[in-house]
Design a protein around this ligand. Structure first.
Ligand code: ZN
Length: 185
């Protein structure tokens, strides 16, 4: 559990640090609000993706499964600013699949932490490999980073794309191409 009292103290200090009057009306509840909000947006720290991925179904058909456009919101660990976008998750089953909503839940488990996009991409792929033991996994994240776009380093709307390929996807360019084609269709 996040320590809400500590967060409240810290936010108060932060407000003082930027020269704000913590006693003015609009800010009175702000430390408390942020403490409660952090409880939610960092809730993934206490979650294990394995819980979502453990309920599997057996299948005969081992064709690629792709769940695309999974919307996620995360927080960059360098600036504690949001980065958000879409995740596309594909895997090739080896006799077992999970419910599609579990892929979205897995993305959420890793999004609701302080993150860097590259690590999050790999963590999603690794969690699926470990728990579902498919023939291969490929994960693509496209995200806008507020720490970049808000400060004008990059143009708003620009996206950072990260890719993680595991198992069969690692070596097989044809599989990767099929994944990319399915993304565009
Ligand atoms: Zn950042």
């Amino acid at each position: 559990m996040v320590d809400q009292e500590k967060i409240k103290e810290a936010v108060k200090l932060l407000l003082e640090g930027i020269g704000e009057d913590t006693g003015r009306e609009g800010l009175l509840e702000t430390p408390d609000r942020i403490a409660r909000m952090y409880g939610e947006i960092f809730s993934g720290m206490e979650e294990d993706a394995g819980e979502h991925l453990s309920k599997v179904f057996t299948v005969d058909n081992n064709e690629m499964v792709l769940e695309k456009d999974i919307v996620f919101y995360s927080m960059c660990e360098h600036h504690m600013m949001p980065f958000y976008g879409r995740a596309h998750v594909a895997y090739i089953p080896d006799g077992r699949v999970v419910g599609l909503s579990k892929l979205a839940r897995t993305v959420e488990v890793f999004a609701r932490r302080l993150q860097i996009q590259e690590r999050m991409t790999g963590q999603i792929a690794d969690a699926i490999m470990q728990n579902l033991q498919p023939r291969g996994v490929m994960v693509v994240l496209e995200a806008e980073h507020m720490c970049m776009t808000m400060r004008g380093v990059k143009k708003p709307g620009s996206h950072t794309v990260s890719i993680a390929a595991r198992g069969a996807f690692e070596q097989d360019a044809n599989l990767q191409n099929r994944f990319m084609q399915m993304l565009q269709s």
